[in-house]
Design a protein around this ligand. Structure first.
Ligand SMILES: Cc1ncc(COP(=O)(O)O)c(C=O)c1O
Length: 655
């Protein structure tokens, strides 16, 4: 009734209004059902055109469909609603029974509304019992990520107007929600004219219509951003000239901006997202934990999410790793790994071992220690007074693996007994521009370093959690480090959480009576944050239940085929891949790198963004590193958009 009343009232305003019932059950075969007829009367469409699916049994849509040996095609429903919405100023979509009514074993009405990013109006009755029903529905709707445009109360029983108003006021304050109006009782509920008139008089339709208008909100966000935000790794000069997307929500492998535009997340939100955005299992884990406690310190006390996650990490990481030290950023996980390695050497009596061995072009994060063992000309410029000296092995991809190994042996021969640890990104030097190396090189390099007495640190902040085809790259390559650093995807890409997973033999060096001063004096306020740990546990469980590593391998095979088609395009010099991590290096026709000022990588990524794909440049390498659950169709779309973007920029620059 209220859906028809809203549709009728908006049509009176001269808007092109369409109205649809999503699914109707208890509808005799060959008819469209009462609800659809009412909507049809309001809009002038036919009744069969006003309902997307009907079933005879008066049960939940899932059960009614099952009774007919059918199941509801939720994606198909969503696509049809979107189509219809394109042809109208306003589409009023009527639900069925409530937002948690099941459509399939995996989908409720709420999932459809979320996918549509619809402005959700919750309709309650006006009399007794409505406060609880409305409050529950508003709470759950928000938890499920729906945008609640407001509540409308509808008086079907003829309650006292003052009582209805009191209920409306209570719901508004209790739920901090707009109560858009109370529609008084209309005796003949088939009289759409009356319903529409009652709605027009009682409901704040202007507020309803404007609730979805993103433009003022977007402008407000951008004004605040331009005035006050300092974005990481961002050329501030260029930022002020850009119109970046203002992201409002995420769904699967897609991000949705304030204007409702959808972008394929081709870099998994900086290589972190694994199972897709707004995954119901991860959302639930977060909600459940937030209802208990958001944070309690890990200094001097413990909690279930932190302790149990540590146990689970010890089980899935390579043999010998058993102690988990939590931080928030990948860089901090590296920072503590360096300290543990240095102090461990001292405690073993190797006091001359004070330096670190790392790779040319390595990237381990942006704290002083992690930058010291990294190497990138622009990142290091001007920072020398802050950094310690590290010894660097030529990157195997650039120098050649044999040459790199020879150099490593020379270094170990000459100054090995001054080195505390060897730190390496196994299988793929990611931020260097996606530079892969073989498992053979990795095993040989780690073997040499260990024989020379160095602690071996594998930094899997980027490569961990399935990105190179195995849960951990080092494990896949048969390498067992003394310390493993994890971050990014540890929480499925949900919350800041990193971990330094350490061999028991190192941990023991930090254990002893107080007087021996073996304590590791290091830590962060939010170490082991329970929210992040709870989500990380749920993420790890999903790896098992949804076969995420295997799905990542399938995606890697698809990406390999799709990206191969780009190899002959303008600007493309080389495409490097390992698992789902890929980099497309751009150069001119003669194979010469472009002048950095031409900003070719950035141009291609902006062209891709205009077409609905988010990818990021590392200099002139366009990086692709999607969530592991990206579908084959989405991967094909990613490659197609990237191809179009390369052609566009190539044509503009004569490349
Ligand atoms: C290998 C590696 N280590 C460490 C880091 C730093 O992680 P965070 O950005 O969370 O500090 C990164 C980030 O890209 C990385 O790729």
């Amino acid at each position: 009734m209220v859906a028809a009343a809203i549709a009728g009232a908006l049509q009176r305003r001269g808007l092109r209004v369409d109205a649809l019932k999503l699914v109707a059950t208890g509808v005799e075969r060959g008819t469209a059902g009462e609800d659809a007829e009412l909507l049809a009367t309001a809009t002038g469409h036919s009744a069969p055109d006003s309902v997307l699916a009907t079933f005879a049994l008066p049960r939940s849509p899932r059960a009614a469909a099952a009774a007919e040996g059918a199941s509801i095609d939720v994606d198909g429903l969503i696509a049809r609603v979107r189509e219809r919405a394109n042809d109208a100023d306003v589409l009023v979509l009527e639900g069925a029974g409530g937002i948690l009514v099941p459509l399939t074993s995996a989908h409720t009405i709420a999932d459809v509304l979320r996918s549509l990013d619809a402005d959700t109006v919750i309709v309650g009755r006006a009399g007794l019992g409505t406060i609880n029903h409305c409050a529950l529905t508003v709470t759950v709707a928000r938890e499920r990520g729906l945008r609640v445009a407001g509540v409308i109360l509808s008086d079907s029983e003829g309650v006292d107007a003052a009582f209805a108003a009191e209920n409306a006021a209570q719901i508004a304050t209790q739920c901090d929600v707009a109560v858009l109006g109370v529609i008084p009782r209309v005796v003949d509920t088939h009289d759409v004219e009356r319903l529409a008139a009652a709605c027009a008089a009682a409901v704040d339709l202007d507020r309803l219509l404007n609730s979805g208008d993103a433009a003022p909100h977007r402008a407000r966000v951008m004004a605040a951003d331009r005035a006050h935000v300092w974005h990481p790794f961002t050329q501030t000069g260029e930022w002020f000239d850009e119109e970046p997307p203002v992201i409002r929500s995420g769904e699967g492998c897609w991000l949705i901006d304030e204007n409702g535009r959808r972008y394929l997340d081709g870099v998994a939100s900086l290589w972190a997202n694994v199972h897709g955005h707004a995954h119901p299992v991860l959302d639930r884990a977060l909600h459940e934990q937030v209802g208990r406690v958001a944070h309690s310190t890990f200094l001097g006390q413990t909690h279930a999410p932190g302790a149990l996650l540590a146990e689970e990490l010890a089980q899935v990481t390579p043999r010998g790793l058993s102690r988990v030290f939590y931080s928030e950023a990948g860089a901090a996980a590296v920072e503590v790994a360096l300290r543990i390695a240095l102090l461990a050497q001292q405690r073993r009596g190797h006091i001359a071992r004070t330096r670190f061995l790392s790779l040319e072009e390595a990237y381990h994060g942006d704290t002083a220690g992690s930058v010291s063992v990294g190497r990138s000309e622009p990142f290091h410029r001007g920072l020398d007074p802050l950094l310690f000296d590290a010894v660097r092995v030529p990157a195997p991809h650039h120098a050649g693996e044999d040459e790199s190994l020879r150099a490593l042996e020379d270094i170990l021969g000459e100054e090995g007994d001054t080195l505390a640890a060897f730190i390496v990104e196994p299988r793929m030097q990611g931020a260097a521009g996606m530079l892969p190396h073989s498992d053979g090189w990795l095993a040989a390099a780690v073997g040499r370093a260990r024989s020379a007495g160095l602690v071996v640190i594998c930094d899997e902040v980027a490569t961990g959690f399935g990105r190179t085809g195995d849960l951990f790259a080092c494990g896949g390559a048969g390498v067992e480090p003394d310390i493993l650093t994890l971050g990014k995807a540890l929480s499925g890409g949900y919350l800041p959480l990193s971990a330094t997973v350490v061999a028991e033999s190192l941990f023991e060096l930090f254990t002893g009576p107080y007087a021996e001063h073996r304590t590791l004096y290091y830590g962060h306020t939010y170490s082991g944050n329970p929210l992040a740990c709870a989500v990380a546990r749920a993420s790890l469980a999903l790896f098992a239940s949804e076969h995420t590593v295997e799905r990542g391998r399938e995606l890697a095979a698809t990406l390999s085929r799709e990206l191969a088609q780009l190899e002959t395009l303008p600007l493309v010099h080389e495409i490097r891949r390992r698992g789902v991590m890929a980099g497309v290096e751009l150069r001119d026709e003669s194979g010469t790198p472009f002048a950095p000022a031409l900003r070719m990588g950035r141009r291609v990524t902006l062209a891709a963004r205009r077409r609905g794909l988010i990818v990021r440049p590392l200099g002139d390498v366009v990086v692709i590193n999607p969530p592991l659950v990206m579908s084959a169709a989405e991967a094909a779309r990613l490659a197609a958009i990237l191809g179009e973007s390369l052609r566009e920029v190539g044509a503009q620059t004569g490349g």
